[in-house]
Design a protein around this ligand. Structure first.
Ligand SMILES: Cc1ncc(C[n+]2csc(CCO)c2C)c(N)n1
Length: 197
């Protein structure tokens, strides 16, 4: 029988895809990947997506910075992905768990002010009381600097990109303290023509 226990591995990760709605999509994707300092995370990019793994603080720092650098081009850009922590298949073997906690992209990210809309969904794995864990987080996200609204299969967050990522990180952090294996899907969109009058 396979060992499906979560162990004490706390390596986190995020697999995401950027979707620039622009002829310049190659430059926007590769430019963002180039501009963001990813030296504190394991990273792999292929034709479908990019995966970053390491300490949670760096996984969020890099994911947020990549979206901001793509969105600051002014083009309509979306990003979809999945955060994961405590996956039984994800071992701590990679060296990146020894990195210090100081996020490398925070300063530059803070200089970019960008509005966006985001929908996210939490999936605490392997728990009968998973709905309680989810409702608790939706309540908590109402206390952050973002507008929170319910929608089918997800919660919608509207506001500044940095505040949205802070809310995502806070929800994810808090659930994984109680539930060992958690995944969280998200889609975030900026500069959509739908928002222009
Ligand atoms: C974050 C992120 N990583 C990889 C891709 C996949 N991808 C699609 S076009 C392109 C550039 C030319 O190869 C790449 C890498 C993506 N969309 N977003």
């Amino acid at each position: 029988m396979p060992d499906n226990s979560c162990g004490n591995s706390r390596i986190a990760g995020c697999q995401f895809t950027l979707y620039p709605m622009s002829d310049r999509f190659v430059d926007i994707i590769l430019g963002a990947l180039e501009e963001v300092d990813t030296s504190k995370v394991w990273k792999e990019t292929d034709d479908v997506s990019t995966c970053v793994r390491g300490k949670m603080v760096h996984v969020f720092d890099v994911s947020k910075a990549l979206f901001l650098h793509a969105a600051k081009t002014g083009e309509h850009v979306a990003m979809s992905g999945t955060f994961s922590i405590g996956c039984p298949g994800d071992t701590e073997a990679d060296a990146y768990m020894d990195e210090t906690d100081a996020p490398l992209n925070e300063q530059r990210s803070n200089e970019i002010s960008q509005e966006a809309g985001c929908k996210f969904a939490l999936y605490p794995m392997g728990r009968d009381d998973y709905m309680n864990a989810i409702y608790e987080q939706i309540d908590l996200s109402k206390h952050r600097k973002v507008k929170v609204s319910g929608t089918h299969y997800a919660t919608r967050l509207d506001g500044d990109v940095s505040d949205i990522f802070s809310a995502l990180q806070a929800s994810f952090t808090s659930v994984q303290e109680k539930v060992s294996h958690v995944t969280m899907t998200f889609t975030i969109s900026a500069n959509s023509p739908s928002n222009k009058a």
